[in-house]
Design a protein around this ligand. Structure first.
Ligand code: GAR
Length: 202
């Protein structure tokens, strides 16, 4: 069966990468196969998860000047059809997006357009939601374009904020109830579209 070759880019623990790996194992992510993991820092959990699952991985250090060149050559070398940003804490340049020229999606741990854009990543997003006092937050999967967290929304899911929440508690609830569910679903949706296109060009 034709599948879309997926590269996952991660900066941290990799629980969203794990959700994708698990969804693939259960057959829920079936139109796409995870062909490559790109880690932007040495020693992160995402590398261990890729190794444990037997997935190819490469290191491209985000703080180094050749970061985007390394990312792009890995994507081309592994003939990647789509990219999933799963806890990637950087922002790709418009130049990289244009040169890759294929779908890229991102998971953001809030309901866009709230608490998003430059400076809103990881725990900072949940801190901002608590500071504002919202009673509902959630997660969003969207296409990546040249505007940080600005691309078309694919899926969103709401999660309650509870009395006594800390950024860590809220992050965990948003991950469990929204991110780990939404990201594999959105990856499957986009991958299915790519497969359809491939079939039409056969
Ligand atoms: C996740 O909550 C993800 O939504 C967030 O970073 C965390 C990474 O966790 N991403 C962003 O904030 C992007 N702006 P993980 O490494 O365990 O998947």
């Amino acid at each position: 069966m034709l599948t879309a070759r997926i590269a996952v880019v991660a900066s941290g623990g990799g629980t969203n990468l794990q959700a994708l790996i698990d969804a693939q194992g259960r057959g829920e992510l079936k139109s796409g196969s995870i062909a490559l993991v790109i880690a932007d820092k040495a020693g992160i959990g995402a590398i261990e998860r890729a190794q444990a699952a037997g997935i190819n991985w490469v290191l491209a250090v985000r703080r180094e000047p050749d970061f985007e060149e390394k990312v792009l050559s890995a994507l081309l070398e592994h003939t990647i059809d789509m990219v999933v940003l799963a806890g990637f804490l950087g922002i790709f340049s418009a130049d990289l997006l244009r040169r890759f020229g294929k779908p890229m999606i991102n998971i953001h741990p809030a309901l866009i357009p709230s608490f998003c854009g430059r400076g809103f990543y990881g725990l900072r997003v949940h801190q901002a939601a608590l500071d504002y006092g919202v009673k509902v937050t959630g997660a969003t999967v969207h296409y990546v374009n040249e505007v940080a967290d600005g691309g078309e929304i694919i899926l969103q899911k709401a999660v309650d904020v509870l009395p006594g929440d800390t950024p860590e508690l809220l992050q965990r609830r948003v991950m469990e109830q929204a991110e780990w569910v939404l990201l594999p679903q959105a990856a499957e949706l986009v991958a299915a579209g790519i497969v359809k296109e491939k079939e039409n060009t056969l």
